[in-house]
Design a protein around this ligand. Structure first.
Ligand code: CS2
Length: 492
């Protein structure tokens, strides 16, 4: 098969007329943001808002992206002048757009010093992050720095050759402080509860361990705004690549697939300025917490439930799982159960929000794999499901539906599916879960007792809560005996 020529700056003019593209002079754009964790999610979300700011004429906010591990994104984007396509897909059709806000991608492990130098540039006012939950080197149950984390230990011993986001940020803060450069804002765009505050706590503690003076400087000079970010971004497949090449007439080695919906709520606390994201659709507020809880508990809570139950029931994508009437009824009921625990944002139409979520999950044009969402459950469960369970328990409300989602996760991390086939469980604690599961066999009571004892996930309180334990055990026994499809039908 012959591929069309590569997408690049010189070829932008030859794109089909309908395809939106950068209209500003990219050579004039300065780097105001260094983004750590330059994956698909950033490219479908923050980079697009920032692209719109550049289009409006403020050229101070180009992005330099950094990969903390693999060179894949840099290798894909470098030959195409860091341009890439987003394909916005809905059941009714698709819109393509070429984005230019990313100026360059650097690969941190190849040259850690080069990244620290970039982050220390006086033009840089914001360090943003999408490093996924596990990238914070924290204890998900408490939100505190995990001081025994191998990356933390490594970075404290090698401050000039860090591996983790925390290590890079701290090195750049120290260097800027020493040089008298203005401080920057560190903006988490990950799905953590109170992501900014949590990051600030983790970062200050990390800096304390470098030196008490640096810890104080982080507390006093660095701002870490909370953000709520929302856009569904399934992993790109080779079929997506071929399709996009067909429409563009050019090869894009890494186009991004996403949905029409996008939302960004940001706490307006930036110590050295920010792009006018509010002029391009973002909402700047004082308090992100109500938005974030609504999104994490309704969208992500349902997503995790759908991923484990859907995978076990044999569904490859979220849309396929949602086409199963019993699963759809269960998800709707689960959302109702979560809603009572929320303090809603002022003026929020929560019923409309839930309807839109159901519609988004049903988007058949997005092939969002249940397996993809199932990843890293140990890092996701606390803020997506367990907080809701705690709140319902505190109010004396039943927790069966949420317990079923937790039980489905337990069934999933055994690593063997309902047909006896292996499951490729991706989780930093996968090996620990697997050995606990092997020891418990298909004994629901034993498996619940073992997994609930993992404090980093369940904390002390849930481990010793009899109501919770019974609800999870009942659900897990049914998953073992009757399978996911039959079980979920009794929880709707
Ligand atoms: C998903 C999220 O993979 C996952 O865990 O639940 O990435 C989800 O698609 C986004 O948070 C939507 O904004």
């Amino acid at each position: 098969m012959t591929h069309p020529p590569r997408l690049n700056a010189a070829r932008l003019g030859g794109l089909p007329a309908a395809i939106e593209r950068p209209t500003y002079d990219r050579a004039q754009v300065r780097c105001g943001i260094v983004h750590l964790g330059i994956g698909a999610f950033h490219r479908a979300h923050q980079a697009v808002y920032t692209e719109d700011v550049l289009k409006s004429g403020d050229l101070a906010w180009g992005i330099v992206g950094a990969s903390l591990r693999s060179p894949d994104t840099r290798d894909a984007l470098a030959p195409q002048d860091s341009l890439y396509t987003i394909a916005v897909r809905e059941t009714a059709g698709e819109t393509l757009r070429v984005v230019g806000s990313i100026l360059e991608v650097v690969v941190a492990p190849e040259d850690p010093e080069a990244l620290i130098a970039r982050m220390s540039d006086p033009d840089v006012a914001i360090i943003s992050l999408t490093v996924t939950e596990k990238g914070y080197c924290h204890d998900p149950a408490t939100g505190r720095l995990d001081e025994a984390h191998p990356d933390v230990v490594h970075d404290l011993a090698n401050p000039h050759r860090p591996r983790s986001a925390l290590g890079f940020i701290t090195a750049a803060i120290a260097r800027r402080q020493a040089a008298g450069t203005r401080p920057f804002t560190v903006m988490s765009c990950d799905n953590l509860p109170a992501n900014g505050q949590t990051l600030k706590g983790i970062l200050s503690r990390f800096a304390d361990l470098v030196s008490p003076g640096l810890g104080r400087h982080v507390r006093e000079a660095i701002s870490c705004p909370d953000t709520m970010i929302d856009r569904i971004v399934p992993a790109t497949t080779d079929a997506d690549r071929s399709h996009v090449a067909g429409v563009l007439g050019l090869t894009d080695a890494w186009p991004i697939m996403t949905e029409p919906f996008t939302q960004w709520v940001i706490e307006d606390h930036f110590v050295s300025g920010r792009p006018a994201w509010e002029t391009v659709g973002a909402t700047l507020v004082k308090d992100v917490a109500p938005y974030e809880a609504m999104k994490l508990r309704l969208l992500n809570g349902s997503h995790s439930a759908l991923s484990y139950l859907g995978y076990l029931a044999g569904y490859e994508t979220v849309a396929e799982a949602m086409a199963d009437a019993a699963i759809a009824a269960y998800v709707a009921a689960l959302m109702e159960d979560s809603t009572v625990t929320l303090t809603l944002p002022e003026g929020a139409d929560v019923a409309g929000y839930k309807r839109s979520l159901i519609e988004r999950f049903r988007n058949t044009a997005l092939k969002h794999r249940t397996w993809q969402i199932a990843m890293d459950g140990s890092q996701k469960l606390p803020q997506r499901l367990l907080g809701t369970i705690r709140d319902r328990l505190a109010r004396g409300l039943p927790v069966e539906r949420h317990a079923l989602a937790v039980a489905a996760w337990m069934r999933y991390v055994t690593g063997i599916d309902e047909a006896g086939q292996p499951i490729d469980v991706r989780d930093p604690l996968a090996a620990e879960f697997r050995s606990l599961a092997d020891a418990a066999g298909q004994d629901a009571e034993k498996l619940v007792a073992a997994l609930i004892g993992v404090r980093a996930v369940f904390g002390e309180d849930l481990a010793s809560n009899a109501v919770f334990r019974t609800a999870v055990t009942t659900a897990l026994a049914s998953l073992f005996d009757n399978g996911a499809k039959a079980t979920v039908a009794t929880y709707g």
